[in-house]
Design a protein around this ligand. Structure first.
Ligand code: NAD
Length: 316
């Protein structure tokens, strides 16, 4: 039987409904519009796309996004001062620093200068550190990692004890997902983390009841690498050329250039014939990720106002 599709767009719609209610409450009770400042340094096409997405979704939700565009040659000291000023600005509730930064800047140091109370991406050492503890209900956490959890929970399958293989150990996906999936003393999964130095990837993936892939390589996971009924969460986003049935590039009539499309890291067509659940790309994890940024922001506003915040409950 083909896998059930985990519909990221539907999950995102539900999160958005909740955010809209909270934004309305903040407007009615506190006359406040959640505001995030997104810092971009220099020109980076990927950052531009990401910021446009942020603006679109925040606009839909009644959230203000202010773009702070800094020069490519800005100094470390200047960015530090900028972040400190934003930390002190009462009208700014969230700060995000778009990566990658030019070489002269120390990204980690700058990220850690953001006040944990305004850390909308959940990337400061203080907020990441909270994921270390058992039974956590974080108020903010890295958006993509949380999106993975939302997709897993959407299946309704009990996670407890499940043989779980995470492929990719980056600081924004693999590592925080691992910590989140270990956050209950009693109901955690049984994880294995694979990465570039893993010797025989398929030996691990074949054991997985839950397989989370976050690498950035199309077709890294093929049908012969997974077992029947696996739950697959594909985080990868890769742009590839569209090929015809003879394996030749398809040319776009309008542009004269090869047509491209977005795919994940998993061979969706064949793996979905064996899996019980699978996220599509696009329309899976990525759709949820941008909403989490808005949810993190609303949580931070509540924290700053000293009102009750529901943290993210992973095992309930
Ligand atoms: P990264 O480059 O920081 O990390 C890649 C990880 O893959 C590393 O841990 C590396 O060791 C591992 N890896 C590389 N080659 C491997 C191999 N052959 N076998 C096993 N492991 C291997 O990447 P990232 O920032 O974590 O992003 C991963 C993917 O997720 C990318 O495609 C990115 O575009 C995508 N992404 C998606 C979202 C989303 O919302 N869906 C958000 C962020 C990133």
């Amino acid at each position: 039987m083909p896998a059930q599709i985990i519909d990221g767009t539907k999950i995102a719609e539900n999160i958005k409904k909740q955010i809209l209610q909270e934004v309305e409450m903040l407007k009615q009770q506190f006359n406040l519009k959640p505001t995030v400042v997104t810092i971009a340094v220099g020109e980076n096409p990927a950052t531009k796309v990401y910021i446009n997405n942020q603006c679109k979704i925040c606009d839909e939700l009644g959230i203000e996004v202010k773009l702070l565009q800094l020069d490519q040659n800005v100094t470390q000291k200047d960015v530090e001062q900028t972040i400190q000023q934003l930390n002190e600005d009462k009208n700014v509730h969230g700060i995000m620093l778009n990566l990658p930064l030019p070489q002269q800047l120390n990204s980690r140091k700058l990220q850690n200068l953001i006040s944990p109370k305004k850390d909308v991406e959940g990337v400061t050492a203080e907020n990441l550190g909270k994921l270390f503890y058992a039974e956590v209900t974080p108020v903010v956490a890295p958006c993509t990692a949380l999106a993975v959890i939302y997709c897993l929970k959407d299946t309704g399958v009990e996670l407890k004890g499940k043989e779980t293989v995470i492929v990719g150990h980056s600081e924004i996906v693999g590592k925080p997902v691992l910590l989140m999936l270990l956050s209950s003393l009693f109901a955690s999964v049984t994880p294995t983390v694979c990465h570039i130095a893993t010797k025989n990837l398929s030996e691990h993936t074949k054991r997985a009841e839950i397989l989370i892939v976050a690498v950035g390589k199309p077709n890294l996971v093929t049908a012969d690498m997974v077992k029947e009924e696996v739950i697959v969460i594909d985080v990868g986003i890769n742009r590839v050329k569209v090929l015809d049935e003879n394996g030749k590039e398809v040319i776009d009539d309008k542009t004269g250039k090869p047509k491209t499309k977005i795919v994940g890291d998993v061979d969706f067509e064949n793996v979905s014939k064996k899996a019980s659940f699978i996220t599509p790309v696009p329309g899976g994890v990525g759709s949820v990720t941008t909403c989490i940024l808005a949810k993190n922001l609303v949580n931070l506003v509540k924290l700053q106002l000293g009102i009750e915040v529901d943290g993210y409950k992973i095992f309930s």
